[in-house]
Structure formats: C-alpha cells, structure tokens
Design a protein around this ligand. Sequence first.
Ligand code: FAD
Length: 414
Amino acid sequence: MDNFDLVVIGGGAAGFFAAVSAKTKNSNLNILIIEKSNKLLSKVLVSGGGRCNLTHACYEPAKLVENYPRGSKELLGPFFQFQPADTIEWFDGHGVKTKVEKDGRVFPASDKSSTIANCLMDQATKLNIRVYENSHANSINYQSKKFEIHLSNNSVISANKVLIATGGISKNAHELIDNFGHTIIPPVPSLFTFNIQDPRIEGLLGISVPEVELKISFISTKNKSKEFISKGPLLITHWGISGPAVLKLSALAARYLHEENYKSTVSIDWIPQIPKTEVLNYLYEEKKIHPKKKAESTNINGWMPSRLWKRLIHATGIQADQTWGEISNTKLQKFSEQLKNGIFNISGKGIFKEEFVTCGGVKLSEVNFKTMESKIQPGLYFAGEILDIDGLTGGFNFQSAWTTAWIAAQSIGN
Ligand SMILES: Cc1cc2nc3c(=O)[nH]c(=O)nc-3n(C[C@H](O)[C@H](O)[C@H](O)COP(=O)(O)OP(=O)(O)OC[C@H]3O[C@@H](n4cnc5c(N)ncnc54)[C@H](O)[C@@H]3O)c2cc1C
C-alpha cells in the first residue's frame, strides 16, 4: 500500500493551495492530491465568469471578516496570518499579476481564470506533488496511527495526515467524515437573487439604484424576531431583484429563507441616505412650493430612476396627471412609506450565475483555527468550502479557501 506524508482529498482551490504551501514549507513531504473528476480546479476555471475573482482588496482582518455571514469569528485569527494582501503577493511571486477593480474585486491581470489554475498546477508539478485524477475517495479510517483512504477503484492509500478539501457538502462528504464523529451543518444555498412579481418593478428590467437598504424580518418558532439588513446597489431583473444588496441579504438570511421555502417579504428603502421624517418634509415642501407641478414628473433631487419614481407614485394611488397641490397629506404620508419602506413579496429564489455557494459544512467549533486540524481526530485537517464558512460575493469565498489551506499547510509542514 502506498504511503504518503499528506493526502489531500479534493483537487480544487483549497486542496491545491494547501498541497503547494505544505510542500513549500517542508520540501521533505511526500504529498498526494486525490481528485474524483477528470478536471482539476474546475471551479476556479468557471469562477468569476471565467475571470476568477480570486480575492478582495480589503486588507484589514477586522473589516474583512464582516464579509462572512458564517465564519467571521473563526476567520479573524487566520486572516492575521494570511489575508488578501498575502494572496496577491503569493500569486505575484509565482508569476501572476493581478488587478484590483473599482469595487475592490481582484482578478488576474490576464482576465483569465486559467492563469490561476495553471499557476497552481505548475507549482504542484514543480514541487513533485503527485495528483491522482478520476480517483474518488469513498471513506477514511484511522488505525495503527495511520489513515487509510479507500478509493472507488478499491485501492487503498495510507497517509500520516489527511486534509479534506472536497468543497461544498455532499452525501460523500458525510461518508468521509462521519467515521470521526464530526458534525455537519446541513447545506443550504447562499448568494441568490429574489423572485418578485410586482407591478412596481415589472418591466423595469436593467434599472439599477446605487444604494438601497433591504430588510427581512422573521418571527422564529420561539416567537423571537430576527432582522437581517443589507445596503448597497440594487438591480431590477426580469424575475425580480438582484445586485450586491440582494446577494448580501440572501447570504445573511440564507438559513431563514430556506426554512421559509423562499417565501417571505422584503422591505425596500429606496433612499436610505435621507431619514424618513425628512422625506415627508420634502414632499410637504414640494406641495407648498410647486402645487401646480405634476407629482409624477417631479423626481425630487433625482432620488431614483424616473421610471421607478412613476411606478411608486402610481402604487400609492396618485393619478398620472395629479399635481402636488391636489394630493392629500395622507397620500403624501403613504408615498413616503412607499419610498422608505416598500413591502415586496418574495416568491422564490433565483440563481446568481457568477458565483454559486452553499452555507453549511463541518461545524467550526470542532476545528482548531490555529492549525485547521480536527479537534476530534489528530492528523485530520480541513480547508475551503467543506467548512461551515461562506462569504459574500466579491472574492471572499476564494480568500477563505486560500487562508484555511495556508494555515493547514503551515501546521502540516511543521
Ligand atoms: C460558478 C461559480 C463561480 C464562482 N466564482 C467565484 C469567484 O469569482 N470568487 C470567489 O471567491 N468564489 C467563487 N466561487 C466559489 C468558489 O469557487 C468556492 O468557494 C471554491 O471553489 C471552494 O474551493 P474548495 O477547494 O473548497 O472546493 P472546490 O473548488 O469545490 O473543490 C473541491 C474538489 O474536491 C473534489 N472532490 C469532492 N469530493 C471528492 C472525493 N470524495 N474524492 C476526491 N475528490 C473529491 C471535487 O471534484 C472538487 O474538484 C464560485 C463558485 C461557482 C460555482
């Protein structure tokens, strides 16, 4: 039976980065990566619309962790050791120039995800890391101070240490981990768009608002209320709403929305930069100063795209030709409510094609985040999406994969 110092299960971002980093740390290590498919780093290749948004230009660990709905507390320490600046430096040191886009997302300067995948594969080859493709790890046992990894072709590999980097939780992940008594938090989707059919936004496809505030409130079974809030740009789509504010809210409320079968209500504040009382004052002012002007065509201070303004006016029951002077104060109050707290019914979730991530995975309290080693089984390590960690869109998911892989590698290399 072949024996390795380290067997990495999963030939994705975390698996490759961990193997390469461990071998860099300790060149004596005999390392094998096992990948079930015939395509290494397949998610890296499809990521970021084929460009691979490999990290985010956020260099303060305390700020960085705010982008992880699950895992923020645990990642703080690791980010002090390996954070986006280190990722950029690492790739730069291995011949990959990167660029930071206006919104902070970091891509390879080539705009090709293959640059990242090739870099990792080249490093693995250079460092003599063995890679078995088409090799599915079925189960792992630990006996006589060694791990035995059973592959689907009935062969067995022995290892001193094992790193599990098999990505999002699947039935197979249970089979690999259950033996060791680890808890797996059930997976549910994160980062999705909201399906909303509502006359206020119907047909406004492509219209975006630079800053909105979204809110979802839930009453739990224990009668406790929970509120999720996100701020940012919103995009109206064919099916409902999308954009950073929506994706962030979907991640924050992922579990709750799943429990509600993606049927809920979201409140939209279209102008969060102006307090509610001031909005009403603006409307009263308009009535006083421009009583003859049509409300529909007075998009105050260009608060939002005019077509959306008109829809919100009509939704309040104000007629197309009504002037400010003809609108009752009660209607103005209703309109301000529409602007600051428009309630929309979510009928389901849509797909965010650029990045698909699940929340759920190995319970974080069972892993030592100084080493990424299991607290239950010494010698067993975890990195990447297998952990119950997920980030917002923008390169944060890869960053947690690089960081957890790097931390594991330092410990294994020692
Ligand atoms: C379409 C898409 C676009 C994305 N874009 C971005 C982006 O731009 N930026 C970002 O930060 N994040 C992005 N993500 C998320 C990111 O890809 C993941 O967070 C990241 O790939 C996780 O890395 P990983 O190594 O943990 O898992 P994976 O990349 O999923 O790798 C796990 C590997 O393990 C293998 N495996 C599983 N089980 C076994 C087994 N039993 N035996 C052997 N091998 C096994 C799998 O085949 C796979 O190759 C995107 C995701 C998707 C789906």
